[in-house]
Design a protein around this ligand. Structure first.
Ligand SMILES: C[S@@+](CC[C@H](N)C(=O)[O-])C[C@H]1O[C@@H](n2cnc3c(N)ncnc32)[C@H](O)[C@@H]1O
Length: 297
């Protein structure tokens, strides 16, 4: 891909076909119809703002309409309402920084998984991946990424070498990142959901991103809205070899046999497609390996 420097919006050009694709927050949007995808994302921001305001209004109605609210309930409701206002600002700023400005329209994406057409789809995974370790100043006893990494390492055996890795449905990217920094030469992460990629790509550039988590089961009044500063110490060289692309994981814009490893974390079991068809397609992306070679997986 060749990248333009000056023109707005910035684009990348496919070296094979010459087609130009927009960069959305520094991430190339390599979908079949980028204008349609961008219109959907603008509509998602718009719907998120509307829903967020409605949620705040409902909380305000509880605060002013119920004189007999328990003091703890009042405190919790007020904190939640305050946090929702900041949450809206933070997410819309994240989108705006990527060049996606709120606009009404259709937010459905026929290519994606049903239920993934909101701005906050899989939002909790961002906190699971980049925030939970620092919960209340302690390491997360849950350690989901560590557990998943151990499972993958078990399958990979004693000397994993992932070479050039393609990750489909990479989401918030922590597990792909941990595999990349240990075992891969380079990684291309693909997904269609914008917010987790915007956050992950900025964290891997060394930025700290402030976001609220709204736990389903808060452990205390204070934790109805957890204000996190998501960041990670990364080596710039290692991070520069971890690339992102918005693209359809079922039809990724990659050359056949370009990768040593194709990783599909919680993806092939999620998409509404027959596994035998998916495996036939995935096979196309693997680098051809000479019989007896130990370099491919
Ligand atoms: C269950 S989540 C898993 C995310 C991440 N791999 C993890 O383990 O937390 C499924 C992911 O697949 C992505 N996805 C769904 N359909 C897709 C498609 N056709 N192409 C690329 N990504 C897709 C979703 O946006 C979401 O990030």
């Amino acid at each position: 891909m060749a990248q333009t420097a000056a023109a707005q919006p910035a684009t990348v050009t496919c070296e094979d076909c010459g087609r130009r694709y927009p960069l959305v927050g520094d991430i190339p949007c390599l979908v079949h119809d980028p204008d349609r995808t961008l219109a959907q994302w603008r509509a998602r921001v718009h719907a998120f703002e509307r829903d967020n305001r409605e949620a705040q209004d409902r909380l305000l109605a509880q605060l002013v309409g119920s004189g007999d609210l328990h003091p703890a309930t009042r405190t919790r409701t007020q904190s939640l309402r305050d946090a929702l206002a900041d949450h809206r600002l933070r997410l819309t700023t994240l989108a705006r920084d990527a060049g996606v400005i709120s606009a009404p329209g259709a937010q459905n994406d026929a290519d994606g998984v049903p239920g993934e057409s909101t701005l906050t789809a899989y939002y909790h995974q961002i906190h699971r991946d980049w925030g939970w370790e620092e919960r209340e100043g302690e390491r997360d006893e849950n350690g989901e990424t560590a557990l998943a990494l151990a499972e993958v390492e078990h399958v990979l055996g004693p000397t994993p070498r992932l070479g050039e890795m393609l990750v489909l449905g990479a989401g918030a990217c922590r597990l792909p990142w941990e595999l990349h920094r240990r075992y891969a030469d380079s990684t291309l992460a693909i997904d269609l959901n914008p917010v987790p990629f915007w956050v992950a790509s900025r964290i891997l550039r060394g930025e700290a991103i402030a976001l609220f988590e709204f736990p389903i089961r808060p452990r205390s009044t204070e934790s109805v809205a957890v204000d996190r500063r998501l960041r990670l110490d990364v080596t710039a060289d290692c991070a520069s070899r971890f690339k992102f692309a918005f693209a359809d994981g079922l039809d990724p814009p990659v050359r056949p046999h370009a990768f040593d490893t194709v990783f599909t974390p919680w993806f092939i079991d999620q998409i509404p497609k027959d596994l035998t068809e998916i495996f036939a397609t995935l096979h196309e992306y693997f680098r051809q390996v000479a019989p007896g070679s130990t370099t491919g997986r």
